[in-house]
Design a protein around this ligand. Structure first.
Ligand SMILES: *Cc1c(COP(=O)(O)O)cnc(C)c1O
Length: 220
């Protein structure tokens, strides 16, 4: 199956109001162009350097999403162009994104990452940290940031009931947080292995890599 075929198959499984982020990390520019020529405009990367070099060389109407764990000292490189930062998991990181956004006279859209899975190694805010950060956003602490919603990753397991429960909890956080930040409209959850479950639980944005571009050759 070609990338264009894979893309068409994935898209046919998505409701119209669910946004597809094609996760192109580790993949060459030729693969991205193939998806681009089939109509895809939103791509997700998890390494800043890699995203910057793809941004420099690929069509300028691509929307680049940073989906990975982010180090503060790398924020400056993507600040001129990044369209959405999915993995904001600390106040210090949000402050740095705000500062760099200001330098470039931009408002940068961000999602707060919530820890929903069971793996200790996965990143994300807990419920208390989430509330505290949302309050600071509401009181104007980050003038060049727009919090668009939440992002989360379910546990890597074949237990679908568990995955669904975790996505449901993220959706609940999302609904609760809307009382503080009523403009939020984006719930980023679901990857190749679990996006159908995520959509059933209210996802509005899925991040899909291997189902479109094929397996990655090395772990990231
Ligand atoms: C790699 C990655 C994805 C896509 O994973 P696939 O299983 O290839 O669809 C989605 N979200 C994040 C945060 C990722 O790092």
């Amino acid at each position: 199956m070609s990338i264009a075929d894979n893309l068409a198959r994935v898209k046919s499984a998505l409701p119209d109001d669910v946004t597809l982020v094609a996760v192109s990390k580790t993949k060459p520019q030729s693969d991205i162009l193939e998806a681009y020529n089939a109509g895809q405009r939103i791509f997700g990367e998890n390494k800043v350097q890699e995203m910057v070099s793809k941004w420099e060389q690929l069509p300028q109407d691509i929307e680049w999403h940073m989906i990975g764990h982010l180090q503060r000292n790398k924020v400056k490189y993507m600040a001129p162009f990044v369209a959405l930062v999915h993995g904001v998991d600390s106040e210090r990181l949000l402050l740095e994104i705000d500062k760099q956004a200001q330098k470039h006279d931009r408002i940068i859209s961000c999602l707060l990452q919530v820890h929903i899975g069971q793996e200790q190694t996965k990143f994300g805010l807990d419920a208390n940290e989430l509330m505290a950060l949302a309050q600071k956003v509401k009181s104007g602490g980050f003038p060049n940031i727009k919090i668009k919603g939440l992002m989360g990753m379910a546990t890597f397991t074949t237990n679908e009931a568990q995955v669904s429960t975790e996505f449901r909890s993220l959706k609940l956080h999302f609904e609760n947080l809307k009382e503080i930040l009523p403009d939020m409209d984006t719930l980023s959850m679901g990857m190749s292995g679990d996006y159908k479950l995520a959509i059933d639980e209210g996802s509005t944005m899925v991040r899909i890599g291997s189902s479109i571009f094929g397996a990655r050759n090395y772990p990231v």
